[in-house]
Write a new protein. Structure first.
Length: 384
């Protein structure tokens, strides 16, 4: 059953002009928000600073612009803090949500925070030499270097994170068509900087837009390198290329399996799933090259955001189960009974709107919960 909830705060609007949403849509929206929060924060500790754990493979991070306002314009002032420190050290501050970053150690209370001590972990080194700080730590993103959300931009646009530089990009600034489904993205600048990726064109599902074809960098000048606007094809497509064959041609563990062919187009690349990482060559030469370019994480499936999010969801589920199991049986059964009672009365209440094809207004919902509250007060306590 699907009933409409209507915003009636503006009495000057007619019923047809008022924006309506369904209860199902509201529930789905809330569920989506909870799922996203669990995915990002589920694997993070909200009570203990992560500093003592060293440079974590991946964690949720934040930048505090209240403590370090200079970080907006001064790259050397950029700093990042863990989830727990946002609650216990920076509550009420202007925080920039950075989503997740790899190989980072919490900066809260070190030399980047003058006259400030971390409330959770006071004994810290002055700096974390291995931390990397991109422009996100200044509160801006993408090639346009604008905040998100951008108060001066009326265009609604999704942002996608590059798996190498970990900056976020507006889809309209990536210069390629966005696949309907994909697992990971590498921005154009990172492809240019790590051009060994051009040998793995057969693993991508990127298509260059017609308008941006001329903008893509051609580093070989070979007109035969790409015969159409399609830069790569999914491994499962029928039109296989020599690149695909090169990937699986050599199985000897000590020989290089990097495809010989190299694409001439430097542009944003999309990968269909994370399995492409397992097809990168791991011979000694390539492994040394990854290390020299600080991208050894590319061959690690556990580095992926997907792995981190799956871990977060599993942690959240375990926490829910532990919470349920820790509740005494009598209060638990009472809570379940109360939920079922509320659900039953709500279904009955909304049924009349469905039968009469009427829109459920905000005041109708308020009336329902008011009546439920009054009904609860009228209940008598069962004597022992």
């Amino acid at each position: 059953m699907e009933s409409n909830v209507e915003d009636t705060s503006n009495n000057d609007l007619s019923a047809d002009e008022m924006e309506t949403v369904t209860l199902t849509e509201v529930a789905q929206s809330q569920q989506s928000l909870y799922a996203d929060a669990y995915a990002v924060l589920g694997a993070s500790d909200d009570k203990n600073c992560t500093y003592s754990e060293g440079y974590l493979k991946r964690q949720a991070l934040y930048a505090c612009l209240t403590c370090i306002p200079e970080a907006r314009t001064n790259e050397s002032k950029r700093a990042g803090i863990c989830l727990a420190c946002t609650y216990h050290c920076h509550d009420g501050h202007e925080l920039v949500e950075l989503y997740t970053k790899r190989n980072f150690r919490c900066d809260c209370g070190n030399s980047k925070f003058p006259d400030f001590t971390c409330n959770l972990s006071g004994n810290k080194d002055e700096t974390n030499e291995l931390n990397l700080y991109n422009q996100n730590f200044s509160g801006v993103y993408c090639t346009c270097s604008r905040p998100y959300p951008d108060p001066d931009d009326s265009v609604v646009d999704e942002m996608i994170q590059c798996i190498i530089c970990e900056d976020w990009y507006h889809t309209r600034h990536l210069g390629v068509d966005i696949p309907s489904t994909f697992a990971e993205m590498i921005c154009e600048n990172c492809v240019k900087e790590h051009d060994f990726l051009l040998h793995y064109e057969g693993l991508t599902i990127t298509r260059i837009t017609q308008d941006s074809t001329d903008d893509a960098l051609d580093i070989t000048g070979d007109k035969n390198a790409t015969e159409s606007n399609e830069v790569g094809s999914a491994p499962n497509e029928q039109s296989t290329t020599s690149t695909d064959q090169d990937i699986i041609e050599i199985d000897a563990p000590n020989e290089c399996k990097k495809p010989k062919n190299k694409s001439g187009k430097v542009c944003t690349k999309f990968m269909k799933d994370i399995s492409w990482r397992q097809q990168l060559c791991t011979c000694e030469t390539c492994t040394n090259m990854y290390a020299a370019q600080n991208v050894t994480f590319l061959t690690d499936i556990h580095d992926t955001v997907q792995f981190y999010e799956d871990k977060g969801k599993a942690t959240a589920l375990e926490d829910e189960e532990c919470a349920i199991n820790s509740v005494d049986r009598v209060p638990l059964m009472e809570a379940i009974a109360g939920y079922n009672d509320l659900k039953g009365h709500l279904v009955e209440y909304l049924k009349k709107f469905q039968e009469n094809k009427k829109v459920v207004r905000e005041e109708d919902i308020r009336e329902f919960f008011s009546s439920m509250a009054a009904r609860k007060k009228q209940k008598t306590v069962i004597p022992y």
